[in-house]
Design a binder for this molecule. Structure first.
Ligand SMILES: Nc1ncnc2c1ncn2[C@@H]1O[C@H](COP(=O)(O)OP(=O)(O)OP(=O)(O)O)[C@@H](O)[C@H]1O
Ligand SMILES: [Mg+2]
Length: 345
């Protein structure tokens, strides 16, 4: 069989990314993060679309150059079509359709959350089905049971804020800027995770749903009560960050391990932006040493939004569904959608 050489494009939120994948190997993965949103404390959709438009050609050119490929070498294009910001998704998908039409090659629509999910298999061919996946990102926190390719069952999801959103909103209260997850991670390294007790919502419930809005409210009241003028002591700030981080991570790991035990699944994938968290990674590592499970984590550049994971899933889709499934350019973007059934074209 001929090589699959895929150009992948990701533009669902505030990262413009392009990658080139040859079969299952990543030849390049260029990521440009939009910094314009920092001053607003969150992503402004209209500004995101404009920034994608400005960056996309250059990012694709860089990805092609680094992979040392010409457009004529490409056999298909994979692009994120859902979920995300509608205008941002349209920039990537319109570019992909136009290029696909010009080159006469198939365009594979890819679900962003499935992209995060299968990123756990990227560079880990030993990760086989079935697996349990915890997707923990800026917009999602869900546990999936994946029996085989495309057979994904959602066991539970957040009822309100995603874990990444909790990191970001609590970080904003602490004056840490946006996105605050990486800042909280860094500050927590030298903090005491037991200094303050914050709620672990739903931890003892038998289902796999999460809730992080109560934690956010609890931190808000705590700060208003204890530090009405703000937290000015660096060591207290470190303790608060460590305690908040611990409250989030404890719930995530508790539910994840219970799902793996209940369904008797040994392979576990943890992916999405929050999977970059150093405490989450080390806690997962020690949990796996004490149990008959293997935890697969994407490397850091595949945790944040990136086109490599989109191209990798595009490649898997081609392998499982065949090129004929992707001849139509009739797909459109879908801003909010979480898939619970079989992957199809
Ligand atoms: N080291 C870290 N510790 C905690 N959170 C982190 C860390 N690094 C990134 N994050 C969080 O990850 C989130 C970004 O992840 P990602 O880019 O996957 O989200 P998204 O694409 O906006 O949302 P989704 O993938 O759900 O559509 C942000 O909330 C950010 O704060
Ligand atoms: Mg994401």
């Amino acid at each position: 069989m001929n090589d699959r050489i895929i150009l992948a494009i990701e533009s669902s939120c505030d990262e413009t990314s392009a990658a080139v994948i040859q079969n299952d190997t990543v030849l390049s993965n260029i990521i440009s993060s939009q910094t314009i949103h920092e001053q607003y404390g969150g992503v402004i959709p209209e500004l995101a679309s404009r920034a994608h438009l400005q960056a996309i050609s250059l990012i694709i050119e860089k990805a092609m150059n680094e992979a040392q490929k010409e457009f004529a070498d490409l056999t298909s294009i994979a692009v994120t079509t859902e979920p995300g910001l509608a205008g941002a998704l349209l920039v990537g998908s319109s570019f992909a359709k136009g290029l696909g039409l010009k080159l006469g090659i198939p365009v594979i629509p890819v679900h962003h959350i499935e992209g995060h999910m299968y990123s756990g298999m990227l560079e880990h061919p030993e990760c086989t089905f079935p697996f349990i996946a915890l997707i923990v990102s800026g917009g999602h926190t869900s546990i999936f049971l994946v029996k085989e390719f495309g057979q994904e069952i959602v066991l539970g999801s957040t009822k309100d804020d995603a874990a990444g959103e909790a990191f970001d909103k609590i970080g904003k209260m602490l004056g840490l800027g946006y996105p605050a997850g990486p800042r909280i991670d860094a500050l927590a390294k030298e903090g005491n995770p037991k200094a303050y007790q914050f709620p672990r919502a739903l931890i003892h419930e038998s289902h796999y749903d999460f809730s992080f809005s109560g934690l956010k409210t609890s931190v808000r009241y705590f700060l208003q009560r204890e530090f009405p003028d703000g937290v000015h002591d660096e060591s207290i700030l470190r303790d608060i960050c460590a305690s908040v981080q611990e409250a989030i991570i404890e719930v995530l790991i508790h539910k994840l391990l219970r799902a793996s035990k209940e369904y008797r699944i040994k392979n576990i994938i943890v992916a999405g932006g929050v999977s970059a968290n150093s405490r989450l990674r080390s806690a997962l590592q020690s949990a796996s040493e004490k149990r008959p499970i293997t935890i697969f984590l994407p490397k850091l550049s595949y945790c944040m939004d990136n086109a490599a994971m989109i191209g990798f899933l595009g490649s898997l889709k081609l392998k499982h569904l065949g090129e004929e499934a992707f001849q139509s350019l009739q797909f459109t973007v879908n801003s909010r959608a979480i898939r619970t059934t079989r992957i199809s074209s």
